[in-house]
Design a binder for this molecule. Sequence first.
Ligand code: ARG
Length: 468
Amino acid sequence: MSVDNSSDEMPDEYKPWAGRFTEPTDAFVEAFTSSVGFDKRLYRHDIAGSIAHARMLAHVGVLTSQECKEIVSGLEDIQLDIERDEFNWSVSLEDVHMNIEARLTDHIGITGKKLHTGRSRNDQVATDIRLYLRDEIDLIAAEIKRLQAGLLDLAEREADTILPGFTHLQVAQPVVFGHHMLAWYEMLKRDHGRLMDCRKRVNVMPLGAAALAGTSYPIDRKFTAQLLGFDSVCENSLDAVSDRDFAIEFCAFAATLLMHLSRFSEELVLWASAQFDFVALPDRFCTGSSIMPQKKNPDVPELVRGKTGRVFGSLMSLLTLMKGQPLAYNKDNQEDKEPLFDAIDTVRGSLRVFADMVPAIEVKHENMARAALSGFSTATDLADYLVRNGVAFRDAHEVVGKAVRYGVENSKDLAEMSFEELAQFSPAISADVFDVLTLQGSVAARDHIGGTAPSQVRAAIQRARDNS
Ligand code: ARG
């Protein structure tokens, strides 16, 4: 889509306020105040909102059915022109709303001038953003589900694969890789819930609030709301035109989702390093270096981690945008769009690339097992074994601490020590101790809802699939 920047392209009498003014708008002011460069992406929703408004005006007798028909078909023609890239956007017409309205009058004559009866750009733009965001929310929700399905498949494939679990990024206890994938799944489940909750407050219609106080025409707001698929109408006209909470809520959702994807990314970057070497990302999701021939860089997760900042920025922009505004509409609100659009684009891109990449993560089973065996990851299992054999937990903790120190000094993990070596630390240790020191024994023992036992992981996958 092209935007014509020449301010003399549209004569000034096209401006709806030309009657009140004695001189044309300063050329730079025109460019400075214009939003069409970014709000033209609302064209489909602007047209849908206008068509519903025209139908409502005909329904209540403010327009004749012939006038309504002309307006609707004129708007449909304009939509086709825009989609064929045959629409000349004009900066001097300021925004998507005035561009489309001016074109309508050009196209169908004076009936076009009746479309704006009983409405204002203030309620129009608030309606457009909500319609647009509602569609984007539905696409984003589907992408979250696609990523979640990929995680469940990967979790199922790797339900028996053991890797070290970490706390403080130090080896803590063995977990299965499927369990780790389900942790990411849970984060996304909460994100999806937040998004669906946000959608409820997005799907309320401001149209009918007009500039700020409502309108003197006998409008039927519920009729328009039904045509546009809104659940209800905004109850207060002043709030309707000025409220941007729904955009803030969306950005709060987006910031939390990106924070999750960023944590996810950080683990993938670490795991793909030569030092961890737990996973390999397929070449099609990586890039090389222009100078170091050996490099294969995990660009996708790095970039998603990096993009998180701009989404946090969008949230902060919108909160700051709103905090000083008196009721009702202020031109400040034109600044709501770019942060919101950027957050939407970033969320969609990040989810798409993750949903494509996750099923293709290659898991390096031996490296994970080796790492799990080398950090005394079954020390807690040994303490629990001693407790089962009558030792108090604090004493058991101390006994195992001594055994670990011996292991560090002699470069041996617990499972690599002989029975005699282990038995010197406590009379409660007998030959069956080795059963609990294996990685498999350790994970299998955590056999309750939320635990890392492979059977629990499989049951959790089943529950997740049943509920999705
Ligand atoms: N482009 C404007 C915006 O994005 C549309 C509403 C303008 N309303 C007004 N009274 N100037 O908010």
